[in-house]
Design a protein around this ligand. Sequence first.
Ligand code: SAM
Length: 337
Amino acid sequence: MRYLGGKLAAMASRASNDLSFTSVLRSKARRPLVVALGAPREVATLLSELNQAAATCYQLDLFQARRLRGELAERQVSAQVVTGGDLWDLAADFQTVVFPVAEKGERELKIDVVEQAFHILRPGGRFVVLSPHGNDQLFPVHMKKVWERPRRRHQVTFHARIGDGPSLCFVSRPGVFAYGRFDDGARALVETMRVDPGDRIVDIGCGCGTNGIFAALHAGATGGVTFVDSNLRALALAEHNARLNEVGAFQCAASADLQGLPERSFDVALANPPYYAQTSISHLFITRARALLRPGGRLYLVTKQADQVGPLVAENFGPAEVVERRGYVILCAERPA
Ligand SMILES: C[S@@+](CC[C@H](N)C(=O)[O-])C[C@H]1O[C@@H](n2cnc3c(N)ncnc32)[C@H](O)[C@@H]1O
């Protein structure tokens, strides 16, 4: 245990046996309590074991939040699930913040949570990290650094250009793909896509918005882009970056199922689906792209899993053109009538 600027922090390790772990945590947890991020099943199990029905659970991503609500309902735990791009936007009124750290989580996101948790605790409040590693070195160092430090937003700005086009500027943040750089797959996608003046573009799973912003600048003043993502921090960044790069017409839609957008209304759909969850997210992106595109509208999807994703595109769009670039495959297909 260590003290941070008058706030008490503790580390408990899930490497130890579960019973002692739960009892350690029970002795630290005071209400009101918030669980910051964490895998849905693990968070629900934890709250049910701690008997913390009145807790708040914070999630960055609508898909994870929906899964968590399901897991809580299954265990009849009535905790509230809130979503947002920043933990520190919650009221600074908690006695305990519990952070169940993902086994392979992003280092920068972990540090970001430590910093943000500090700002939602009452004076004397407690920050508890549940680390999957018995001898976690990251948190003790960063907990100390938080001591009385003013709010500091972790962000990295990067520049990217396509060919001899203009150099664009993008702000990225931990927890949003791709942090601090223009992803190679995204670059391959943008280099391959055809966007005409006046095109209406939907950037599905937009991350910080790079692809849609390049596309919107091609589409010009008569075109426009709609950014969609389930990650609320990603969407906030896409909005910020669209303004930064003077995109004229854009919209942002927070969604985990890609519903609620006008169907048959877009000329171009862009997608760089994640590789986790097997191909279920690719499948969602492809079926919704088909619904959102007008007949004759074009899908550009980049992947390293062409063997699995190619058949899904073929099923929904018919034969696709296959472009290999930068170690990726870009599937280009037209929506049939
Ligand atoms: C590999 S990243 C691509 C980000 C960006 N388009 C790029 O190319 O750099 C995939 C994005 O899909 C989003 N995503 C994953 N599942 C989603 C879902 N069910 N609904 C909406 N977006 C989702 C993630 O939050 C992430 O931003």
